[in-house]
Design a protein around this ligand. Structure first.
Ligand SMILES: *[C@@H]1O[C@H](CO)[C@@H](O)[C@H](O)[C@H]1NC(C)=O
Ligand SMILES: *[C@@H]1O[C@H](CO)[C@@H](O)[C@H](O)[C@H]1NC(C)=O
Ligand SMILES: *[C@@H]1O[C@H](CO)[C@@H](O)[C@H](O)[C@H]1NC(C)=O
Ligand SMILES: *[C@@H]1O[C@H](CO)[C@@H](O)[C@H](O)[C@H]1NC(C)=O
Ligand SMILES: *[C@@H]1O[C@H](CO)[C@@H](O)[C@H](O)[C@H]1NC(C)=O
Ligand SMILES: *[C@@H]1O[C@H](CO)[C@@H](O)[C@H](O)[C@H]1NC(C)=O
Ligand SMILES: *[C@@H]1O[C@H](CO)[C@@H](O)[C@H](O)[C@H]1NC(C)=O
Ligand SMILES: *[C@@H]1O[C@H](CO)[C@@H](O)[C@H](O)[C@H]1NC(C)=O
Ligand SMILES: *[C@@H]1O[C@H](CO)[C@@H](O)[C@H](O)[C@H]1NC(C)=O
Length: 671
């Protein structure tokens, strides 16, 4: 009788969700700042018997994070005696792992609170993981857990939780906590929406920069013809502009220097590649294709009617530069997420980084752990059956990163929370430590953003302030802006910044993106170049500092990381897409061109017994003479003419375009 009475009282207490009494030994660890969680609607208290996976993020090695920039410079600055001495992935995991003290202290707490519970210490050492019922978890961290629903998805989280004072300093955070975990709720019904696969549009992720397309000139072209490079850019034009030759088709190549290319929601067609090889690079046989590293259901190639402008462009640019070296296609995300059928999933690159670095799947920093439960795709995909919905587990560490990775996708800084970008930027730094070079298209909207992002015209603070691009603002990768051979100019004259006003010749205005980050400050390796730019060519616009654009009338962040670092041709590019020869414009083209040339340099270094060059910026900023300085052109946006390309570094074309012989000679002289 007594027992039943107690249990009745307990049930009533659950119903009222009475505030818990937190013992004095426990301190508040995390509290949600805003009432809501985006589009998630708070529902009932989670039933006490529900079992959840609990993960305790052990505090990252703060010393390691504070030293990381120095360590990257140590292996990538040309003045360092350790240039090229890249770290192994093991080195990275061990160095950034939490200290043993943290692990022991938290394990002791759990051993007392949940005796004989099986606790796993993850391979990257950052997490302790175990299963618990909601009731056990609520007692452990003195919290109340609720279900949140968003359409067909459900998540469990709490508004605040507590941990003992003795372990507080060792814990980064706990999930489920303020940050929720997904779970299967009984009241969820599976949808059976089919993706629109008519291929009518190019990759349309919020803020992605689709390449711009128009029909090519109508005159037959010779493969080595250079007098039409002001109308259509072929492999021969690029060879003349940057002074390199293709490798002999029978050249000996390194087995592990393939060029990695990221794609998402856009797919190449073999028939398009074959048409391109046939008409522009007869030394490349039909059927030449990238090695597919399929990530979370990403598949390619597709039939010619479904091919997209981005993938066809990237491979038609990169393969001719590096053949017979191979390319590796990181085709990321299933069709549902790839084609942006979930408008709420606006994150980008995290599932890709998970796949090439298993430790990133569970790495936590800036309050962001693993993938973001709201912004990133969820696998197994709850939205669609296979083949469009990938039903496997999210892939972690299944592929080795290639020495060079080219990325022609991006968004605006404004589209994603700063913590999301900071955590991802740390990962780019760790890839740099391991000798990986990452080249990213700087964007196609000048100093502004895509219309509808931040404001109707894509600019910030009521459509006036310049809008920097993501992930470009991360200082640990290399941004590539676009240049152009203007009408009447030849490949033997200097190029200018690419800028096509709306209708000339593309439907939408295209101007090479550049400017200054609102999130990241100027890195040491870039400080001199940026200071010199301001001293010698001070732009005419008012500015602000520390990213605080709401509290001043400035238009750009004076102490932000400068974008881009370098440039390469990105206008009137010849491409076969969906069976037709067309020309495309965009920094989408510039990134694979630069990345391919760096792959060639790595090839030469490897055959000379050296390693890949890894993070390239410190060398470039120390040796701007190995690039062709671009001194003409602008990148308009936000109702202004943007910045000017000037002698030296500028926020339009960076340090300039590749001078391949000079680059090769310098990098061969480095250890
Ligand atoms: C996205 O968010 C909106 C707004 O809250 C919501 O109505 C919609 O159901 C969500 N879409 C999906 C696919 O989850
Ligand atoms: C670079 O790293 C090496 C090896 O860890 C260390 O011995 C050296 O002191 C570092 N150099 C600088 C300039 O930090
Ligand atoms: C190659 O170009 C010629 C003329 O420029 C054209 O007739 C032919 O169709 C093209 N070949 C392919 C495979 O596109
Ligand atoms: C590559 O082919 C060229 C011309 O056919 C020949 O002279 C050369 O010896 C070949 N090189 C190798 C490495 O087979
Ligand atoms: C790359 O391949 C070469 C030749 O097989 C080998 O010596 C080297 O260790 C490889 N490097 C890596 C990072 O796998
Ligand atoms: C290669 O493919 C193109 C496009 O399909 C075709 O026009 C050409 O005849 C093919 N070449 C060979 C040698 O098969
Ligand atoms: C934004 O612009 C509109 C129209 O010019 C103006 O009415 C409004 O006050 C501006 N808002 C801010 C915050 O500047
Ligand atoms: C500026 O204000 C907008 C609109 O309120 C807000 O979304 C944005 O986060 C603010 N940015 C900064 C840097 O304060
Ligand atoms: C400078 O750039 C403009 C476009 O911004 C172009 O029209 C012009 O031809 C370029 N001048 C030279 C000298 O390259």
């Amino acid at each position: 009788m007594h027992f039943l009475f107690l249990s009745f009282i307990a049930a009533a207490v659950w119903g009222f969700a009475q505030a818990r009494v937190v013992p004095a030994s426990h301190l508040l660890h995390e509290k949600r700042e805003h009432a809501g969680t985006g589009n998630w609607v708070k529902r009932a208290r989670t039933a006490p018997h529900v079992k959840v996976p609990v993960r305790i993020g052990l505090r990252q090695n703060q010393y390691a994070l504070s030293q990381a920039q120095q360590w990257l410079m140590n292996v990538s600055h040309p003045g360092s005696e350790n240039y090229g001495q890249h770290w192994t992935q093991e080195d990275v995991i061990n160095t950034f792992a939490p200290s043993d003290d943290s692990t022991v202290a938290v394990k002791e707490w759990l051993a007392t609170a949940l005796p004989s519970r099986e606790i796993t210490h993850t391979k990257n050492k950052a997490w302790l993981a175990f299963d618990a019922t909601v009731q056990e978890l609520e007692n452990l961290v003195h919290a109340e857990y609720y279900e949140h629903h968003n359409g067909d998805r459900a998540m469990i989280s709490c508004e605040k939780y507590h941990v003992p004072a003795s372990v507080k300093e060792h814990i980064d955070y706990i999930t489920p906590g303020v940050k929720g975990v997904h779970f299967e709720s009984k009241d969820l019904k599976k949808r059976s929406r089919r993706p629109n696969q008519d291929g009518s549009g190019y990759a349309s992720r919020n803020g992605r920069q689709p390449p711009q397309i128009r029909p090519a000139i109508n005159t037959p072209l010779q493969q080595d013809q250079l007098d039409t490079c002001d109308q259509i850019i072929t492999p021969a034009c690029l060879q003349a502009l940057y002074d390199f030759e293709p490798l002999p088709p029978n050249a000996t190549i390194s087995p592990n220097n393939s060029l990695g290319v990221f794609e998402e929601g856009d797919y190449y067609s073999q028939a398009d590649l074959d048409s391109f090889f046939t008409n522009f690079t007869s030394y490349i046989p039909n059927g030449t294709h990238p090695v597919l590293d399929s990530i979370d259901g990403g598949m390619a190639p597709v039939v010619i009617s479904l091919s997209g402008g981005e993938s066809d462009l990237d491979f038609q640019l990169a393969i001719p530069v590096i053949y017979p070296q191979t390319t590796t296609l990181f085709q990321t995300d299933d069709t549902y997420y790839g084609l942006q059928l979930d408008p709420n999933v606006t994150g980008i690159f995290n599932t890709f980084l998970d796949a090439i670095d298993g430790s990133y799947c569970t790495y936590s920093a800036y309050g962001e752990t693993g993938d973001d439960p709201i912004l990133d795709p969820v696998y197994p995909d709850p939205n669609l059956p296979p083949p469009n919905g990938y039903q496997g587990q999210r892939q972690c560490g299944v592929y080795a990163p290639t020495n060079v990775i080219s990325i022609s996708y991006g968004e605006q800084e404004e589209d994603l929370p700063a913590y999301y970008q900071q955590r991802q930027c740390n990962e780019f730094l760790k890839l740099g430590l391991q000798g990986v070079s990452i080249f990213v298209a700087s964007g196609d909207t000048g100093v502004g953003g895509l219309a509808g992002h931040g404001s109707a015209n894509g600019c910030l603070r009521n459509g006036t302030v310049f809008s920097p691009t993501h992930p470009n603002s991360c200082p640990w990768l290399t941004n590539v802006g676009a240049t152009k051979v203007y009408p009447g100019r030849t490949v033997y004259e200097p190029e200018s910044a690419a800028n096509d006003p709306a209708g000339h010749p593309y439907h939408n205005a295209f101007s090479s993106s550049g400017g200054f980050s609102n999130i990241f400050t100027v890195p040491d390796y870039q400080a001199f170049a940026v200071q010199t730019y301001f001293a010698d060519h001070n732009p005419p616009y008012p500015y602000y500092n520390d990213g605080q654009y709401n509290t001043s009338d400035g238009l750009y962040n004076r102490n932000g990381r400068g974008i881009p670092d370098v440039a390469a041709n990105g206008d009137n590019i010849a491409v076969y897409a969906r069976g037709r020869l067309a020309t495309q414009g965009g920094t989408s083209a510039s990134a694979p061109i630069f990345a391919a040339l760096v792959t060639r340099i790595n090839e030469e270094r490897i055959s000379a017994g050296k390693g890949p060059i890894g993070f390239i910026n410190p060398v470039l900023y120390q040796h701007p003479e190995i690039l062709n300085d671009i001194v003409n052109g602008t990148n308009p946006g936000c109702g202004t003419s943007g910045f000017d390309a000037v002698p030296g570094w500028d926020p339009v074309t960076g340090l300039g375009t590749p001078n391949y012989p000079k680059m090769l000679s310098l990098f061969m002289s480095l250890p």
